[in-house]
Ligand binder design. Structure first.
Ligand code: BG6
Ligand code: MG
Length: 220
């Protein structure tokens, strides 16, 4: 019996990867190198500092810890200038009807995201009323694939992981959901999210009843 749904934010509720890409690329270009969209894929679900370290390694650039903090802050300012212009038109197709359906059924909902900007984005998208619990990158010590972010969300919602679905677009997030004992639903490419019990290509037409049945069948 499913009592809660916990959603990753970036790539599940909204496509912010394009803004992360613009901001990181601008920083890389300033440091004298470039990287492609394919490389940007590797940054999905990865924390801000881990992303910076990866990008610097691609450009073969060394920086001190102090310089890294300044670079990450600079990138975040550019990123925030984009997300502060977002509105609910950027919510991915089918998400809102699905959330309304969950709410009507009394299913509890939370956000479990690596992003420290998650509360701002939820506000911009006008979704705060759906998510009384937002566990973001500033509330956890360990990043995905550690299950901490989802376990904290479940604890705040007062549900067990075994009663909860986690929706994730990143491999590290699916691993975190499995490690925490949640039902993992991948959102996106089945070849990347092959550890998920069920993979959906999006939320259009999705119904909890059918999804629960698929999850039960897949985990028997
Ligand atoms: C994740 C994104 O949700 O949040 C990553 O998929 C991002 O790409 C991470 O690096 C941290 O985001 P922020 O907003 O704290 O820099
Ligand atoms: Mg994501």
């Amino acid at each position: 019996m499913i009592k809660a749904c916990i959603f990753d934010l970036d790539g599940v509720i909204v496509d912010t990867a394009k803004y992360h890409f613009i901001a990181w690329r601008q920083l890389a270009n300033k440091l004298g190198f470039d990287f492609t969209k394919e490389y940007n894929e590797k940054l999905k679900g990865i924390s801000r500092m881990d992303s910076l370290n990866l990008i610097l390694s691609w450009g073969d650039v060394q920086k001190s810890d102090e310089e890294k903090v300044a670079l990450a802050t600079e990138k975040n300012e550019v990123y925030r200038s984009y997300i502060l212009q977002m509105d609910k038109s950027e919510i991915l197709p089918g998400v809102l009807p699905f959330l309304n359906d969950l709410r009507a059924q009394g299913i509890k909902m939370a956000i479990g995201s690596a992003s420290k900007n998650a509360p701002t984005i939820i506000q911009q998208l006008d979704l705060a009323e759906y998510f009384p619990v937002i566990i973001d990158g500033s509330k956890v010590e360990r990043s995905k694939p550690d299950p901490e972010v989802f376990l904290k969300a479940a604890a705040e919602l007062q549900v067990q992981p075994s009663e909860s679905i986690v929706f994730e677009d990143a491999e590290a997030g699916i691993e975190a959901a499995i490690a925490g004992g949640f039902y993992p639903v991948g959102v996106g490419d089945p070849s990347v999210l092959d550890q998920a019990s069920v993979v959906i290509d999006g939320f259009v037409g999705l119904e909890l009843e059918g999804l629960s049945a698929r999850l039960l069948a897949a985990t028997k």
